[in-house]
Design a protein around this ligand. Structure first.
Ligand SMILES: Cc1cc2nc3c(=O)[nH]c(=O)nc-3n(C[C@H](O)[C@H](O)[C@H](O)COP(=O)(O)OP(=O)(O)OC[C@H]3O[C@@H](n4cnc5c(N)ncnc54)[C@H](O)[C@@H]3O)c2cc1C
Length: 372
């Protein structure tokens, strides 16, 4: 079968690019070794957010773009991407001082055009609304706004939109070989032979493994940073809470109201094994329990954890500077004249539509017409 574009990876980024290409009337196929959204796109913190903490690294462009995408997603999927008040209590001697947080929140408001500006919560409201959280040492309580989603459902929705526009999905499909000819890429997947002049590698945390295995050229590499979330029965808090550890790491307590569960996460661990070999580590569960208990009036016990899940973030490393990782993305285009190879390095759930638009703009979609 011949396609205008073949995308490897049916995560949020692969599905979003497929949707944009299908809008242009292109014949698009997406192949995934598992199912739609089964990778990092269903193992996230489920936040559609600008990323308040990226401000302190000076990642202003990333925060601005993500806040812009956030507002577009809230408008497009009002039932799936919902703005919620996030409570940010600041305790004496833990994490950043309140005035630094206040400055960050002001910038966040500015970048989101004061759509839902932050405010200070009174101690009385905090005590009555968040009885599970300690008040000892509390210096200031802020409320700011960000959006919550269901990551898997969002990815499946984008995939469905692509499908309705004509994209073909091959799930549970193993890729055996990629042959690069002068005017086409030939992909052997099971007993299928697929051909395309434009190949897109959107395999998220698997990208380096694919590039290595199929000998594809690339300008970047990723750092694989895993994150776990633990799930507790019942609602610990009525709204999401942003907490800081004494080492300036942050984590969230996120109520999943419909499921009557609370999700707590996340951790950050650099992984050196293959992505499929990354597993939940008891140390990470204890890390989350210890830090959460620091703020709780009644501590959680190990047996309160009814579930946990792990995902791997594909954070980009420039080959020139291995030490610097970034949550931004890079679109790495290799133009061979009659064929093009595009790698998607990095990218958040939140920024999938901007990323997809930029990817499409890079491709010579009008030059390569498939004759069937
Ligand atoms: C712990 C954690 C928390 C996060 N929290 C947030 C958050 O709150 N908000 C936010 O915006 N972002 C968040 N992110 C980031 C976000 O989830 C990811 O960056 C994003 O989902 C990546 O999407 P993707 O499509 O690039 O990759 P993926 O979703 O991983 O998709 C890649 C796909 O490629 C497929 N694949 C792999 N190998 C092959 C192969 N050989 N052949 C065919 N298919 C293959 C996989 O099966 C997978 O479906 C978080 C990530 C993690 C891990």
């Amino acid at each position: 079968m011949k396609y205008d574009i073949i995308i490897i990876g049916a995560g949020i980024n692969g599905c979003a690019i497929a949707r944009e290409a299908s809008k242009l009337g292109k014949r698009v196929a997406v192949i995934d070794k598992q199912t739609i959204g089964s990778g990092a796109s269903s193992r996230s913190s489920r936040l559609i957010h600008g990323g308040l903490r990226y401000l302190e690294h000076g990642d202003f462009a990333l925060v601005k773009e993500a806040l812009y995408d956030r507002s577009r997603l809230i408008a497009a999927y009002p039932d799936l991407v919902v703005l919620r008040p996030f409570t940010l209590p600041v305790y004496a001697g833990v994490g950043r001082p309140w005035w630094i947080i206040k400055a960050g929140l002001y910038l966040y408001d500015l970048f989101s055009r004061f759509i839902a500006p932050h405010h200070v919560m009174s101690m009385e409201i905090f005590t009555s609304s968040f009885p599970a959280l300690k008040t000892k040492g509390l210096r200031k309580i802020f409320t700011y706004y960000d959006a919550k989603t269901n990551d898997l459902l969002l990815t499946q929705t984008v995939a469905q939109e692509a499908q309705e526009l004509g994209t073909v999905f091959f799930e549970n499909t193993t890729l055996h070989e990629i042959k690069h000819h002068e005017n086409t890429f030939e992909l052997l997947c099971g007993d299928r032979h697929l051909e395309t002049p434009i190949l897109i590698n959107a395999t998220g945390p698997w990208i380096d493994e694919i590039n290595h295995r199929f000998n594809l050229p690339s300008r970047y590499k990723i750092s694989k940073i895993s994150g776990i979330h633990i799930v507790i029965d019942g609602l610990l808090t009525p709204e999401p809470v942003f907490l800081q550890t004494d080492h300036h790491r942050i984590f969230f307590i996120i109520p999943e109201n419909k499921a009557n569960q609370t999700v707590i996460g996340t951790t950050e661990r650099r992984e050196t094994s293959e992505t499929d070999e990354v597993h939940i580590n008891e140390e990470d569960i204890n890390y989350l329990l210890t830090h959460t208990n620091h703020f709780l009036t009644t501590p959680l016990k190990r047996e309160d954890v009814i579930d946990s899940y792990i995902g791997v973030r594909p954070l980009i490393e420039s080959k020139k500077s291995m030490v610097k990782t970034s949550r931004e993305y890079q679109l790495d285009l290799h133009d061979f004249g009659q064929t093009q190879l595009l790698h998607v390095f990095g990218g958040k759930l939140t920024t999938h539509s901007s990323l997809a638009q930029k990817a499409i703009n890079l491709l010579p979609l009008y030059k390569n017409k498939v004759n069937i």
